[in-house]
Design a protein around this ligand. Structure first.
Ligand code: PLP
Length: 444
């Protein structure tokens, strides 16, 4: 504990998640963040309405674009990530789509890591492609691959801090540095590593989250968020960002870098809110925002337990005779992976553990079918322990080659370790491993 009277400092994550963005409701005194379940907001008069629509005055217009409950979630996650502002949206997928579409349009490209969640891979390889945005996939093992894939139509670099399910930490600082030299912002999906990874501190420009996962934590609400770090100079390489630096015909010729200047370094997120969110309508329900705020309040505490339990599971599996390979950033398989985990993760190695059973895909499936405590679901980051076989589920729409580059082998089993008592977690794994081996033997 530091002496606050001598060295006043910024609040810690544990404090921010409880206090940032809301003290009490000004009209009722409510300490819990009220659910503003409203579509619209009464304007004071016609002049007030006109001022809000023209952005001469900031205020609530319509819940597709902003909402007071959602605003608290936005302010808290922005504070937690050390960013300037945030935009909460209806899912993690929407967060990634809006983060890219905010600066890239038909004819442009982005360079992305191959180490991605399957849904993001589909969005990039197929849907963005049909919109004319090319995604160039590179292996982040060599950060220079990002530079090599860059041309004058490159608008962003993209990676996952702790890739789901490859679990090899992304070289955030290395790629961010290349990007800042060339005028290209790095967007990091920090879904799998909130609290333990702070991408903006390492030079990333934008952070996205699927708040569905650890931030919510209780498996009750789908949501996503885009955080603007506020440190990327969109005007320094203005030719790369016409969407931010040229008059926007959808807003009477507004130039977003100029329009946002009096409000702070938030041109990127302001434009995302008042153009893409207005037009595409990826709005988060205020009720879901409330649920996500409830989860966020205990996130630092839960992450510590997730990390502690996952480390114990990785160690257990690593010593189990039926297990061929464990994939976990705390047991890196080479020096560079270890260095990246040490550089970019602080306070734990996350809650995800992958492994391959001797006996491959069939053994993996027998193992999943034998689990009793673990849920077999397509999710991660729940307070409960979860398991899945990515090759036949979350990554099944990828080709075998694409699966391989995303780290999904045939026999890969992904565990999302929850916060139950570690003895109960290990007990379930032990019985399911035994069952998988025994039924395999019986079938042979
Ligand atoms: N990013 C990562 C790393 C994910 O694991 C997921 C979902 O599993 C997503 C994004 C998409 O989030 P959502 O399901 O909230 O759309």
């Amino acid at each position: 504990m530091t002496d606050q009277t001598q060295h006043p400092q910024k609040p810690h994550p544990e404090t921010l998640v409880l206090h940032a963005g809301h003290r009490s409701d000004p009209s009722t005194g409510s300490v819990a963040v009220p659910i503003h379940q409203t579509t619209s907001y009464q304007f004071e008069n016609t002049e007030h309405a006109a001022n809000l629509f023209s952005l001469n005055e900031l205020g609530n217009i319509y819940t597709r674009i902003m909402n007071p409950t959602t605003a608290v979630l936005e302010e808290r996650v922005a504070a937690l990530e050390g960013g300037a502002a945030a935009l909460a949206v209806s899912s993690g997928q929407a967060a990634t789509a809006i983060a890219v579409q905010n600066i890239a349009r038909a004819g442009d490209n982005i360079v992305s890591s191959t180490d991605l969640y399957g849904g993001t891979w589909n969005l990039f390889a197929n849907t963005l492609n049909t919109l004319g945005i090319e995604v160039r996939f590179v292996d982040p093992a060599d950060p220079e691959a990002f530079r090599a894939a860059t041309d004058d139509r490159t608008r962003a670099y993209y990676g996952e801090s702790l890739p789901n399910p490859k679990l090899r930490v992304f070289p955030i600082g290395e790629v961010a540095t290349i990007g800042r030299q060339l005028g290209i912002p790095l967007i990091i999906d920090n879904t799998a590593a909130p609290i333990i990874c702070r991408p903006l501190d390492h030079g990333a420009a934008i952070v996205v989250h699927s708040t569905t996962k650890y931030i919510g934590g209780h498996g009750t609400a789908i949501g996503g968020i885009v955080v603007d770090g506020g440190t990327f100079d969109w005007t320094a390489h203005a030719e790369r960002f016409p969407l931010l630096n040229e008059p926007d015909p959808s807003y009477h010729g507004a130039i977003w870098t100029e329009a946002a200047a009096p409000l702070g370094p938030i041109a990127y997120i302001l434009k995302a809110r008042v153009t893409l969110q207005r037009d595409l309508g990826y709005a988060l329900s205020p009720f879901n925002a409330f649920q996500l705020i409830q989860g966020l309040e205990t996130l630092p505490l839960r992450i510590r337990e997730h990390c502690r339990n996952a480390a114990a599971v990785a160690d257990y599996l690593n010593h189990h005779p039926a297990v061929d390979r464990v994939i976990y950033p705390g047991l890196p398989d080479d020096g560079e992976a270890r260095r990246r985990a040490e550089t970019y993760l602080d306070g734990g190695h996350g809650g995800l553990v992958g492994f391959e059973l001797r006996g491959g895909k069939e053994a993996g499936q027998r193992f999943i079918d034998a689990l009793r405590l673990f849920y077999h679901v397509a999710n991660i980051g729940d307070a409960r322990s979860l398991a899945i076989h990515p090759a036949s589920t979350t990554h099944s729409q990828l080709s075998p080659e694409e699966q391989q580059s995303a780290g999904v082998s045939d026999g890969y089993v992904r565990l999302s370790i929850g916060i139950e008592h570690i003895d109960d977690i290990l007990g379930d794994l032990a019985q399911a491993l035994t069952a998988a081996i025994d039924t395999g033997r019986a079938a042979a």
